[in-house]
Design a binder for this molecule. Structure first.
Ligand SMILES: O=C(O)CCC(=O)C(=O)O
Ligand SMILES: [Fe+2]
Length: 221
């Protein structure tokens, strides 16, 4: 192998770009963390969506959410006229949500551990699919029974700007670029921070096409 080829190999290996950035007292960004897993995650994701397809949940005031959503794991986050909550049954299929792949649970547990959150065993994975123009306004994740565990959020496909705000809606937010294979973790003093994402911009990703998927791992119950 020529030395040029060797350098090329090193720098084209996405694993080389793995990096941990602390964004706030209780928030960490793991850059390119899942690059080596994304092809298998994509296959597992499509299998899950065959069983429990993406759908746009209705908010309690009757609007459709901008993103398409589904779940896997024991508990799925849902929304309808009755409010936001966790359900063991997919309201679309009237069957339990697909099981959370073991590899997914492990990656979420390991990522949390890496930044100091022990014993995080998620029982819920919300799947969101963003198409061009889709966004999510500032909100808190507060439908879980306890807030001792962090949120582990995996980004796949096209990049998006994540907004990390404060503990009140009116506080200024920092912008965090989330790219394919990044993992964002927030917990502890940041667990109830307002957050959201800005509109997805047009693009084409080699595996995920014109979309961005987000997997949000939580301990719901
Ligand atoms: O798509 C994201 O990165 C954030 C999603 C989110 O905050 C949620 O589903 O509660
Ligand atoms: Fe959220």
């Amino acid at each position: 192998m020529t030395s040029g080829g060797h350098v090329q190999d090193l720098f084209s290996d996405p694993i080389e770009a793995r990096l941990i950035e602390q964004k706030s007292a209780g928030t960490w960004l793991l850059k390119s963390w899942l690059a080596k897993d994304r092809a298998s995650i994509s296959v597992q994701l499509q299998a899950i969506l065959q069983v429990s397809p993406l759908r746009r949940f209705k908010t309690p005031n009757g609007y459709s959410m901008s993103v398409g959503s589904s779940n896997c794991g024991a508990w799925g986050w849902i929304s309808d006229q009755k409010g936001y909550r966790y359900s063991a049954v997919d309201p679309l299929t009237q069957r339990p949500w697909p099981a959370m792949p073991e590899a997914w649970q492990h990656l979420a547990t390991e990522a949390a551990e890496l930044v100091g959150f022990q014993h995080f065993i998620p029982d819920s994975c919300l799947i969101n699919c963003y198409e061009v123009g889709d966004k999510m306004g500032l909100h808190q994740d507060k439908d879980e029974e306890i807030f001792e565990h962090p949120i582990v959020s995996v980004s796949l496909g096209l990049p998006i700007i994540f907004m990390l705000g404060g503990l009140t809606r009116s506080q200024a937010y920092q912008k965090i670029l989330l790219e394919d294979s990044d993992v964002l973790i927030w917990g502890g003093v940041d667990r109830l921070k307002y957050h959201g994402v800005q509109s997805l911009r047009k693009g084409l990703h080699p595996i995920f096409g014109s979309k961005r998927y987000n997997l949000t791992f939580r301990k719901a119950k």
